[in-house]
Structures are given as C-alpha cells and as structure tokens.
Design a binder for this molecule. Structure first.
Ligand SMILES: NC(=O)c1ccc[n+]([C@@H]2O[C@H](COP(=O)([O-])OP(=O)(O)OC[C@H]3O[C@@H](n4cnc5c(N)ncnc54)[C@H](O)[C@@H]3O)[C@@H](O)[C@H]2O)c1
Length: 347
C-alpha cells in the first residue's frame, strides 16, 4: 500500500484572561466532564493550588519543582507514575498551575499519558501567559538541550488570572513583556504603539495593563499558530530575537536570563539585517522602557563563538541560519543570518 493520509487538526482551546479568572475554573473544568481532577502545581504555588483544588473538588494535588531540572524525561516518568498511583484514567482532567517549566512538563505528560488526557493550563508567570502556555508546544530538555523531546498538543483551556502574578519577582515579571514587544515588533504596529503608551503602567504592574498585554500576546501568537500549527515560515515570526538571543543565552551559561537574551538578540538581529536605524532605535527604546537590556555585554561579544552557536541551533537547517526581523515596525520577514551579519551585529 502506498497512500498518503491527511489529518485535520480539529481540537479547540479556550483561553480566558481576567483578574479573578480562578473563580471560573470550576465551570471550565466541569465542561470537560471529568471523571476525576488532578491538580499539578509548582511547589512555590501551594497556597493557590490548594484553593484551586478545593474549588474543583480535585481528587489529587501533586507538587513539582519549578526549577529547570524539572523539565526532564525522568521528571515526566515520575509524574506519570504519580498519575497512575492517583488512578488517573482517560477521563481525568489534569490542571497545571505554574510557569513555563511546569506547563511544558505537565502539558507533555498530559499529551502522552494514556495517549492523551484533557489538560487545562493555568500559567502563573508573564512569560508563560504571553508565550509558553500558548500554541500547544510541550516538552522536556534532553541531552543537555532545551525542548529536545516534546509534542504539539493544544490544551483544552488556558486560564490566566493576573492576580496569580502578584507574587512574581520583578525580573521574572518583565521577562514576559519582552516576548510581547518582540511579537508586536514583527507582527503588529498598532500593538507596538499601544505598548509604548502603557509601558509605565506595565512597569508599575497595573492589573489592567497586564491583562491588556497578555491579550495582545494571545491574539498575536494564536493568529500565527492557527495559520500554521507546525513550525514553518510564519511561525518563525515568534522566534524573532531568538537566533542571536539563544546564542547569547548559551554562551552566557546561565548568567543572562532568557528574556534579557531575547531583547539583546532582537536588537542585534536588526543590526545584522540592516533594519533601519529609526525602527531599531524605536524597538530599543521600548525594550529599555520595560527595563530590558538591549546591548550584549562586552564579555559576550564574541562573533566566532556566537556564530558557532547560532549555526548549530535546532532551528538552523542545511547550513542556513534563519532569523525573522522587522523590516518595518510591525511587519517582519524571514532572512538568513551570515557570519558577516553576526560581526556587523556586534560591531
Ligand atoms: N512551550 C513553549 O512554547 C515555550 C515558550 C517559551 C518558553 N518556554 C519554556 O518556559 C520555561 C520558562 O518558564 P517561565 O519563564 O514561565 O519560568 P519558570 O516556570 O521556570 O519559573 C521561574 C521561577 O518562578 C517561580 N514562579 C512561577 N510562578 C510564580 C508566581 N506566580 N509567583 C512566584 N514565583 C513563581 C518558579 O517556581 C521558578 O522558580 C522554559 O523551560 C522555556 O523553555 C516554553
């Protein structure tokens, strides 16, 4: 037999962003008609998790660490074992509460445990609300590499309560804002202008401004993902800043946070691709307004080292290093980074 079968992705994902969205969880979870409910949460969020578990009459509450090492096959295996001991079945709904580390791990396990059970994602960091919990990518790190093993599986619902962010430290809060600036810079000039207008309210962590920025992120990311669920050219828009940003993050060996690396990467990529000085400056001003750094520190300005890392990144293929840059504000295009471009970015 030699036949090609085309599958259409028909699943639906509901996304709710609201201060107080936590109160809507019982209605959202019961619509999934669960036989039982398991809440898996970042151990730092035990107080919220206990409240959520009580409201959902959850049968089981499982704590996992929010540290990086949690995104591992070993932790995934252990979680599957704990679900098994909790008698989780195909009719179980798993509710994950935590940052991207926890939503990536739990989303992955929910997509493979018994070949997939219902999953409600409750992100508790700005990065997870604006990026990690959207788009259905789940996974764990492996062989020392980020997200080497994973699935694409849309959650049944994503529930985001901005009051969960109240305990988040400032540097982590700002991390997610960089993601939104980056998306707006390549996808949506109107959103970029709106971000400029609410920058100071965002830095002050105003709830309405935060909810607005999360809504913008959802709108922009889901528009790309719905058009293009599997990674291809349009989805690459979401990786703006990541080509040089990841190289910087990797060379910095844990001393530069992801959001800071992406902010620096976005500006370096604009320079590498000869984006106009005006557009580059405006994006730089916006990033600095939310407290993100835009210049790669001198100790990491190593063109050869950064180029080696960029061309071995998982997104590079057949010797080509793609990057998505704003050609004009809010309108991006896919270009190729060269070694000369990397040198220009750092000069
Ligand atoms: N799946 C995707 O599409 C995607 C996209 C971007 C990033 N990611 C992944 O997301 C992960 C990073 O996630 P993150 O930035 O959300 O951080 P995180 O989940 O690693 O959390 C950072 C720290 O904040 C703590 N924390 C979480 N919520 C808190 C809260 N409300 N109050 C106080 N502390 C809290 C955690 O315990 C942890 O110590 C990475 O593993 C990255 O690969 C995935």
């Amino acid at each position: 037999m030699d036949q090609t079968f085309s599958f259409t992705h028909t699943s639906e994902s509901r996304v709710l962003i609201q201060r107080g969205a936590e109160q809507r969880l019982p209605e959202i979870v019961s619509a999934l008609r669960p036989h039982n409910v398991v809440v898996v949460h970042d151990q730092q969020l035990a107080a919220v998790a206990n409240r959520v578990a009580a409201a959902l009459s959850a049968d089981t509450t499982l704590a996992v660490s929010g540290e990086d090492s949690t995104k591992s096959l070993q932790a995934a295996g252990e979680l599957a074992e704990r679900l098994h001991r909790a008698a989780a079945t195909r009719a179980t709904v798993i509710v994950a509460l935590g940052g991207g580390t926890v939503t990536d791990l739990v989303g992955f396990v929910a997509s493979v445990y018994l070949r997939g059970v219902a999953f409600v994602s409750c992100p508790t960091t700005t990065l997870a609300m604006c990026d990690a919990a959207l788009g259905g990518k789940n996974g764990v790190d492996h062989c020392g590499l980020k997200n080497r093993i994973g699935t694409i599986n849309q959650p049944d619902a994503v529930v985001m309560d901005t009051s969960w962010l109240e305990t988040l430290p400032d540097d982590l809060y700002r991390e997610g804002l960089v993601e939104v600036v980056k998306k707006a810079a390549v996808l949506d000039a109107d959103h970029f202008v709106a971000l400029e207008e609410i920058a100071s309210a965002l830095v002050a962590r105003d709830h309405d401004a935060t909810a607005r920025v999360v809504s913008m992120a959802v709108e922009m990311k889901m528009a790309v993902v719905l058009n293009d669920e599997r990674e291809s050219d349009r989805r690459r828009a979401l990786n703006a800043g990541h080509t040089i940003g990841h190289a910087v993050e990797s060379l910095a060996k844990g001393t530069v946070r992801h959001g800071a690396a992406i902010a620096m990467g976005l500006i370096a990529e604009c320079r590498a691709a000869d984006v106009s000085v005006e557009t580059t400056a405006r994006i730089g001003d916006m990033l600095r307004a939310i407290g993100a750094p835009t210049e790669i520190p001198a100790r990491l300005r190593q063109p050869k080292e950064l180029w080696d890392r960029a061309r071995h990144d998982k997104k590079a293929a057949r010797g080509e290093v793609p990057m998505f840059v704003p050609r004009t504000l809010g309108d991006g295009e896919l270009v190729t980074l060269t070694e000369a471009g990397m040198r220009k970015a750092l000069s």
